[in-house]
Design a binder for this molecule. Sequence first.
Ligand SMILES: *Cc1c(COP(=O)(O)O)cnc(C)c1O
Length: 389
Amino acid sequence: MDTKQLDNKYIMHTYGRYDVALKEGKGCRVLDENGKEYLDVSSGIGVNSLGYCDDGWVQAVTAQAGKIQHMSNYFYSEQSSKLAQTLCEKTHFSKVCFGNSGAEANECAIKLARKYSFDKYGIGRNEIITLRDSFHGRTVTTLSATGQDSFHNYFFPFTQGFKYAEADIDSVKSLLSGKTCAILIECVQGEGGVNILNKDFVKALRKLCDEHDLSLIVDEVQTGIGRTGKLFCYENFDIEPDIVTCAKGIGGGLPIGVCLCSKKLEDVMQPSTHGSTFAANPVVCAGANYVLSVVADDDFLNEVVKKGEYLKNKLLKINGVKSVRNLGLMVGIELENADAHDIAVKCVKNGLLIITAKLLLRMLPPLTITYEELDKAVEILDNTLHQED
Ligand SMILES: *Cc1c(COP(=O)(O)O)cnc(C)c1O
């Protein structure tokens, strides 16, 4: 049996896959098992932030794998200490907690916000307000946090204590009560359709959280680590969250989740309140340290902004593109009268790996993508939109 047949026979069908088995890549280019080449503007959903097999990243990861590949969290580890230091020194945060995925980082954030409230106000003040069209993960609790009814099915009972608001301040205020302990948002909703929140709304949420001693949690699993042209997306909104989570892009391709917190929350978690066997893995952290050494740089981040503008302007010239919304290299493309999923499937056939978000096409290219590669991606999309079937 070939790869696809084995997958169909032995792997649970939790994904609708494109009809391609990827084998090896470099930068924005990747080959399938038959040697066909693709240009990738999805980077494994924003994970391969430096593209496939960046030389420096491969070097950092392989060197660490040859030294010590894992130690339990009962021991100190150089790579995770260094990663935590960089994350805190580049932001206003004072401590981090490591996990292995976005959902886990959000679980940590939820536990942290609830325990802060429990320690200070006692039992019963534990509700978290999240937004409609949000996405926060696939565990039973993060599904609960996700403000889309379609995710609240089959797996009953779900974790209690989440309320879903529209993205406006009156809607949030109407859900606020003496039981509320936190507000959880994505500044740009990725899975929900590349919805960029209004800046005044985000600032009003910050104010509301200050007034009521609520934790403002920003889920930056998709937007974090340079994706929007800032190290963290919240910087575009002139606020400082109490808690931020990141995952996808920080490891450069290896699984990691991070929950960062401000000074106010730094001592809330104590031994045995949280943990994970694989968290802070030194090989993964070595990769993340390398990613940060490249991305946490003003010139690099300014280039991300420029590339995003360049890409947006080119996309808007395509006949059949209705609108484009982007923050840096997080890009949603609304089509005039074509089905985004159908077009994505055709793009893949034509050598462009692209994804969707709700009714939009979505691009999350490697942050290192070149202008020539952006031109090429736009050309393939343009041709695909105008090809006769
Ligand atoms: C992908 C994503 C998650 C879930 O991350 P996993 O690593 O798949 O658990 C959570 N929040 C946001 C905003 C995401 O984009």
